[in-house]
Design a protein around this ligand. Sequence first.
Ligand SMILES: Nc1ncnc2c1ncn2[C@@H]1O[C@H](COP(=O)(O)OP(=O)(O)O)[C@@H](O)[C@H]1O
Ligand SMILES: [Mg+2]
Length: 282
Amino acid sequence: MGVIHPIRPPAIGAEDAGIEISGLTKRYLTPKGETFTAIRDVTVSVEPGQFCSIVGPTGCGKSTTLAQVSGLERPSEGSVRVGGRRVEGVTDGVSYMFQADALFPWKSVLANVMMGPVLLGTPKREATELARDWLRRVGLAGFEDRYPHQLSGGMRKRVAMAAALINNPRILLMDEPFGALDVQTKAIMQNELLKLWEELRPSVLFITHDLDEAVALSDRVVIMTSSPGSVKDVFDIDLPRPRGNVQEIRHEERFLELQGHIWDSLKDEVTRAYARTAGVGA
Ligand SMILES: Nc1ncnc2c1ncn2[C@@H]1O[C@H](COP(=O)(O)OP(=O)(O)O)[C@@H](O)[C@H]1O
Ligand SMILES: [Mg+2]
């Protein structure tokens, strides 16, 4: 459940923490016993320290792709390498943040955040200090003793972010982490994420269906086709870093240019996915 912490200290060196997804295909068995191809021949590379987003319509296989990268699922074909090593299960140095809050409801904010270091064998006092420090960094000093249900959606995201980053992962996998937030809270969280990413520089694979979000945050945007998902196009985002306020970048000329250009690639896939789910004759 939730943020997955490495169970041993990160084994991936900062210098080689890229992600190589090659020829990835995932087939599922449907309840009727048929084979369903969720993604087909997906090849994506994320350079060490790079922020890469995958954008595609609902149901195209974004979460499926990330599940193979995380090691939670095994590919039908192809391979994933993280830090140069083939992924064969949950990997050291990799953290995962889902759309759902994924916090333990019966644990306090502090206990949720310190869980990662505790699982790594950090002495409790040290883990507590580290968790307090992380809660400060995400603007939650003073909320240590609260429980997740006593927090707003944005605050829960901050806790999840602290929990995902406290072990200083070299790889951060994020599956529509801000999808459920209102527009303003989402922008605040995007700014927070960028700030922390600039400090720690993990390689990020960020899944979203929100093109503006992808362009504002990323160095590279990968567009997936509608189901079965494959890579349609890859765009490098040359907006300068640090990006500053995501709400302001959105009005810049270069942002609009890139966004418009990438939307041309994405819109057919969105239309196709919609036509399929709307159903012929529905
Ligand atoms: N465990 C599974 N068994 C069968 N089908 C699945 C499974 N997981 C995902 N799928 C199917 O694979 C497709 C892609 O799903 P998903 O990766 O969740 O899409 P996305 O994250 O892009 O919205 C969907 O049609 C979904 O129903
Ligand atoms: Mg998904």
